[in-house]
Design a protein around this ligand. Structure first.
Ligand SMILES: NC(=O)c1ccc[n+]([C@@H]2O[C@H](COP(=O)([O-])OP(=O)(O)OC[C@H]3O[C@@H](n4cnc5c(N)ncnc54)[C@H](O)[C@@H]3O)[C@@H](O)[C@H]2O)c1
Length: 341
């Protein structure tokens, strides 16, 4: 039987490449569209059999190309993960965030609207974040119907794209679903993000810089759990709805760093001098994100990873794939960003 086609934008990035790997395992043919920014990595997909995917280097803002791809491959689903994603970079220069996360989504929507007139079988999944809800007080959890209160230019650009999507669902009746996921970690994450940064610093016997007092709380989900939730929502989710995707593992950055330090030291079994150091906070730093994911759980989705299992396997991955880290351009992840005001 002929394989079904799925389009993944941002498929050379962290979550996108993990999603591509999972979709291929589940016997789909994947079309990857990626602009190849600093956070993309060919090594993320190089090990895959080329018979199972087609890579197209393109900006999602290139409407003509997107239209051609949709008409040529007629994908049953479009997973949109193409985005600028680092909050600190958005503080220094929001322009690329507006361009990719808002204008890019507008282009995708316009092309999908035209494509949908000819092919009613395709669904669009827009991958968004818990950051759109803004700061959440202790003991409170964001639900899908909460209003958005983004704090950083990154979060605001994602919130704007979610709003645009909601308007296209209502006005043009397009078959789109929005997912809002918590912080991801796992293999192939660019080390400007907290967990790989901590692991790599410990491997290199360096200190662990934590913003402010380290009390900011985040909900951490393993990337494989996120990807499985996305495929589950593609199959079982209701058109026009939003779904939170979380793990219920919420902890402060300080506690997270302590856990990672403990797990690494136990694993390496040799002397390591890395310690936590507190550095200047990020401007506008949200204190807490926490999702209520009951809507998705009620649909039948369950996570597979506990935080400890997920962290242990992620540490293993970075240890076993240190050549992946060594090939990265250091200047893209070692310089402190996002402190300008
Ligand atoms: N990482 C997280 O914790 C997290 C949590 C929730 C939601 N998300 C969302 O998931 C998506 C993927 O995040 P990630 O962590 O994998 O990011 P990433 O930075 O690792 O990857 C993003 C990919 O998108 C590509 N890209 C950027 N702009 C593009 C454009 N205009 N056209 C085509 N390709 C473009 C990049 O080249 C890169 O390969 C994003 O939409 C992000 O907002 C991430």
């Amino acid at each position: 039987m002929k394989k079904k086609n799925i389009l993944v934008t941002g498929g050379l990035g962290f979550i996108g490449s993990n999603l591509v790997i999972e979709l291929i395992k589940q016997n789909y043919f994947v079309i990857i569209v990626d602009k190849k920014t600093y956070s993309s990595n060919m090594m993320n997909i190089n090990h895959l059999n080329k018979k199972n995917y087609k890579l197209i280097i393109s900006d999602i803002n290139n409407g003509k190309k997107i239209s051609k791809i949709l008409n040529q491959f007629k994908p049953v689903a479009i997973f949109n993960l193409a985005a600028e994603t680092h909050v600190d970079r958005s503080i220094d220069d929001p322009s690329s965030f507006i361009q990719s996360n808002i204008n890019g989504v507008f282009q995708l929507l316009e092309q999908f609207k035209k494509f949908n007139k000819k092919s009613k079988k395709s669904k669009f999944l827009h991958i968004s974040t818990d950051e759109v809800y803004g700061d959440i007080p202790k003991k409170k959890y964001s639900v899908e119907t909460d209003s958005y209160k983004p704090s950083s230019p990154y979060a605001a650009s994602k919130a704007a794209s979610d709003h645009l999507i909601k308007s296209y669902i209502r006005t043009y009746k397009l078959p789109i679903i929005i997912t809002n996921c918590s912080n991801n970690y796992g293999p192939r994450q660019f080390p400007e993000k907290l967990i790989p940064k901590l692991i790599i610093n410990i491997i290199n016997n360096k200190n662990l810089p934590i913003y402010g007092k380290g009390n900011n709380e985040r909900e951490w989900i393993h990337v494989n759990d996120h990807c499985n939730a996305l495929i589950f929502i593609f199959k079982k989710g209701k058109i026009g709805e939003s779904y939170n995707i979380g793990s219920d593992e919420i902890l402060s950055n300080k506690i997270l760093a302590k856990k990672i330090l403990y797990l690494c030291k136990k694993k390496f079994g040799k002397k390591n001098n890395s310690k936590i150091i507190y550095v200047k906070d990020r401007p506008g730093h949200d204190v807490r994100y926490a999702l209520n994911s009951n809507k998705l759980k009620k649909l039948g989705w369950k996570k597979k990873y506990t935080l400890i299992d997920g962290l242990n396997s992620t540490i293993e991955w970075y240890l076993n794939n240190f050549k992946w880290v060594k090939k990265l351009d250091k200047k893209n992840y070692t310089k402190r960003l996002g402190v300008k005001n």
